[in-house]
Design a protein around this ligand. Structure first.
Ligand SMILES: N[C@@H](CCC(=O)N[C@@H](CS)C(=O)NCC(=O)O)C(=O)O
Length: 220
């Protein structure tokens, strides 16, 4: 019997990493598309948000940060868990880990969605809203560019952590649709880091056909 069910959709960004973790580490979880199981999903998760995870005894886990943490703990590999999650005992590093995960999952995710969605026709184009989202994103891009200039990954120089994976997820939405060649040339450290994560074992199978935007698309 599966250890649980992950409700997922390829229309969304936050479930990317939970699904990649299950697939890469061959965790014994069912991955169910929420749009093919709407009745069951809404019964179990009235918030209707993805990722959502339920175990056979009915325990529910929502919120991407919690779902990812839970899945990594199912590896039962202390060394790998420490690499991906950091250690509670190392307060500085653990605080940074939470910092980057939270930023990625809230402000960065939301501003990226606000900026990209109108360009790809998911919401009507509103000039002021798009400009505001871009201004906010530019500030965050500077923050990421600066940290990744100093070190190879968000937390360290040596290995990918959950902070990198969770930041990568919303950036895929931008890199695929709007952050073209010119943007990438002006953000060499984010771009170098993004390609590194894209080619890393945990996510590479989920992004086999990934293509970068060539240039920012024309406004609709
Ligand atoms: N706070 C939640 C947010 C989850 C969330 O909003 N997920 C989006 C997909 S990225 C969703 O399910 N949206 C459905 C909708 O807006 O109807 C988390 O951190 O996981």
């Amino acid at each position: 019997m599966a250890q649980g069910t992950l409700y997922w959709s390829d229309r969304y960004v936050r479930p990317i990493i939970p699904r990649a973790l299950i697939e890469h580490f061959q965790l014994n979880f069912k991955v169910v598309d929420i749009f093919e199981n709407e009745g069951k999903f809404s019964n179990e998760f009235p918030l209707l948000r993805s990722p959502s995870l339920i175990t056979p005894d009915g325990t529910q886990i929502t919120e991407a940060m919690a779902v990812n943490y839970y899945l990594i703990k199912q590896l039962h590999d202390p060394q790998l868990e420490k690499q991906l999650l950091g250690s509670f005992d190392d307060v500085e590093t653990y605080a940074q880990m939470l910092r980057w995960q939270s930023l990625a999952n809230t402000d960065f995710h939301d501003q990226m969605a606000n900026y990209v969605k109108p360009y790809v026709g998911m919401v009507p184009f509103d000039d002021i809203a798009v400009q505001k989202a871009w201004k906010n994103l530019e500030t965050m891009f500077d923050v990421y560019e600066n940290i990744l200039k100093k070190q190879h990954y968000l937390i360290n120089d040596t290995h990918i952590t959950l902070a990198d994976l969770m930041t990568f997820a919303p950036l895929t939405f931008g890199m695929r649709n709007v952050l073209g060649d010119e943007w990438r040339a002006h953000h060499p450290n984010i771009t170098r880091w993004f390609i590194d994560i894209l080619q890393s074992p945990i996510v590479k199978n989920s992004f086999k056909d990934f293509q970068f935007a060539a240039k920012e698309p024309a406004r609709p």
